[in-house]
Ligand binder design. Structure first.
Ligand code: ADP
Ligand code: MG
Length: 618
């Protein structure tokens, strides 16, 4: 039960806790709430100012922190102390971002490439989580100032492509900012909610959410039916956004003035200045035909026509992502009922036109594309507050989740594109007598061998009471909560001992690597299947050798000398086959061994049964 307080000033009842919706963007962030009276979502802003808070953090010589517009003002003068696009670094290692290192005009530490990135400012080091927490703290303070009430609870949105580690990092940033993060919501899901989609029970629609922001592009195909809101597929490019449109202009201007790009690398201040000019030009060209300005006395000119020619390939890239997303969702463009435009970059006429043309109908752009995600987050917050019980939100897992089994095989518990929240469980057993521990290694990926996938976590289930091999029942269960965070539990069912782990921010995959992994799973499908078959044959062969060995040790007295010799040579042949890369040979030799042992195994069994029938101990 939510506590209800009384506002002494007005004498009215008030709910004591407000839950805000936050869009923590790469370029801009903002906070929204559901208006208590109108029940409409509104973005919070101070009088006469924008609701957008640039996701920029500035540190002065004394370590004081400034966030937003004030920090953005330092981008040119103090690039080393002014951190932008920290969201791009969330949950990443230096290895993941090094090919884009020149993008960052501040110092991203290149230490051990396995570690999560850190940013150095003066003699201090900040993690992306620290940096994001400064932005979130600013939003929290802004909300408190405007609402004149403490704000401690929030719903924060993340791109649909964010993996477990990145979601966890976002959650941690919220915590660090003093916010209880009630839910991490995918941005397209929030955007759809802001358009009122998915709020009515008998509504049935397929929606494409096209989100072109400052640094990222996401396309998501969603489906609503029976009041259930489901993400069918996602696609995109985390290194494609408004910044690239700016860079296209920068390149053009450099060409025009006969400068080369090396000069940009050497002069980071000039690079920043010309980049800001380019953005100004781009925004201006969204509603004008030509732009003219100057920098350091040099004239900078560009027309809409030239601009559109320059950026056509970028727009085309987004369209091929749309094609892939539709294919994954099993839909055609004509099946899409609504196309929702998200992100400041969708204000460009060339984007709107191209996307309308692609989907064959006008796009939905009535809600401010800068605010739409935060507005949806506020609606989600309202749903979480229990004010709208009809709505259920579903998301999907981007990659399969599983554990390592015998021979390094990937055993998938939750397949790719499963709805979340989700749970799955499977039983395993020991393969050695008296085995007291079992290593549970958790992987994410589409390949058959775990070595080709990404390791998320590893832990040992210890203290299994001594039992013969095959007797313990170890149930491994996966639980993905609504935020997409995974909890893995292992429990030995006979003894009740258990152990669990929450998958935490770790070494992370770049999005290119994620794409590559999906692609690899297709191109290597054939050899993967062959490898799996071989590994399985070997494992079976080894198990057969073990059980035969044990049987013989126990029942030697019941076997003839001839049987003993035949068995020994068949075992040797199987042992040899296992060392070779021929699964069929392994199966053949296993069958031969089985054929030899079957008659005496039956004999021993019959004998045991007849003994038991006579009431004697076996
Ligand atoms: P993010 O989600 O990455 O934080 P936003 O949705 O806030 O990004 O979009 C920021 C991007 O939108 C910037 O690249 C900005 O230049 C661009 N943008 C904003 N307004 C316009 C406009 N009118 N025309 C073209 N681009 C715009
Ligand atoms: Mg955005």
């Amino acid at each position: 039960m939510a506590k209800i307080g009384i506002n002494i000033a007005t004498g009215s009842l008030q709910q004591d806790e407000i839950i805000v919706g936050i869009d923590l963007g790469t370029t801009n962030s903002l906070v929204a709430i559901l208006h208590p009276d109108t029940k409409k979502p509104i973005a919070l802003k101070e009088h006469n100012s924008s609701s957008l808070v640039p996701s920029v953090v500035h540190f002065d010589a004394f370590g004081n922190v400034t966030v937003g517009e004030a920090a953005k003002a330092f981008l040119i003068a103090e690039p080393q102390n002014t951190i932008f696009s920290a969201k791009r670094l969330m949950g990443k290692s230096y290895n993941d971002v090094k090919q884009n290192a020149s993008f960052f005009s501040y110092k991203v530490i290149d230490d051990n490439t396995e570690n999560l990135v850190k940013v150095q400012v003066g003699n201090k080091f900040y993690s992306p989580v620290d940096l994001s927490s400064f932005v979130l703290k600013e939003l929290k303070q802004r909300a408190e100032h405007i609402l004149k009430t403490p704000v401690n609870k929030a719903v924060i949105t993340v791109p649909a492509y964010f993996n477990d580690a990145q979601r966890q990092a976002t959650r941690d940033a919220g915590k660090l900012a003093g916010l209880d993060v009630l839910r991490i919501v995918n941005e397209p899901t929030a955007a759809s909610l802001a358009y009122g989609l998915g709020l009515h029970k008998d509504e049935e629609k397929a929606i494409a959410v096209y989100d072109l922001g400052g640094g990222t592009f996401d396309i998501s195909i969603l489906k609503i039916s029976n009041g259930i809101f489901e993400v069918l597929s996602t696609n995109g490019d985390t290194y494609l956004g408004g910044d690239d449109f700016d860079n296209a202009i920068v390149k053009y201007w450099l060409q025009q003035s006969g400068l080369n790009e090396d000069e940009l690398k050497q002069n980071k201040e000039f690079a920043q200045a010309i980049r800001l000019k380019a953005e100004e030009a781009k925004i201006y060209l969204s509603s004008n035909e030509a732009f003219e300005s100057q920098l350091n006395g040099d004239k900078l000119i560009i027309t809409r026509k030239i601009f559109e020619n320059l950026v056509q390939p970028l727009v085309d890239t987004t369209i091929s992502c749309c094609t892939s997303a539709l294919k994954d969702a099993g839909l055609l463009t004509k099946d899409i009922d609504v196309t929702v435009m998200v992100g400041g970059s969708t204000r460009m006429p060339i984007v709107k036109e191209s996307i309308s043309k692609f989907f064959g109908k006008p796009v939905n752009d009535t809600v401010n594309p800068d605010e739409v995600v935060a507005l949806g987050a506020a609606i989600q917050a309202d749903i979480l507050a229990g004010n709208n019980k009809d709505v259920l939100l579903l998301d999907i897992t981007p990659l399969s989740l599983g554990i390592e089994t015998m021979g390094g095989l990937m055993d998938v518990l939750i397949p790719r594109n499963s709805k979340i929240p989700n749970k799955a469980a499977r039983q395993y057993t020991t393969h050695k007598d008296g085995q007291s521990g079992m290593k549970i290694s958790v992987y994410q990926g589409e390949r058959d061998m775990v070595k080709d996938n990404r390791k998320l976590a590893e832990f040992n289930l210890t203290g299994i009471p001594g039992m013969p091999a095959g007797l313990p029942k170890v149930e491994v269960s996966f639980l993905i909560n609504a935020d997409g965070i995974l909890v893995v539990k292992a429990k030995e069912l006979r003894s009740g001992i258990e152990q669990s782990i929450q998958v935490k921010a770790q070494q992370d995959l770049s999005d290119e690597a994620l794409e590559k992994m999906l692609l690899d799973s297709i191109t290597h499908a054939k050899e993967d299947i062959a490898t799996r078959a071989l590994v399985e044959a070997r494992t079976e062969g080894e198990q057969l050798l073990e059980t035969t060995e044990k049987f013989i040790q126990k029942n030697a007295t019941y076997l003839s000398k001839e049987e003993m010799m035949q068995t020994a040579s068949a075992m040797q042949a199987l042992q040899l086959a296992i060392t070779m890369d021929d699964k069929d040979l392994i199966h053949t030799k296993a069958k031969e061994l089985n054929d030899i042992s079957r008659p005496y195994a039956e004999r021993v069994m019959d004998h045991a049964i007849s003994l038991a029938m006579k009431g004697k101990a076996v």
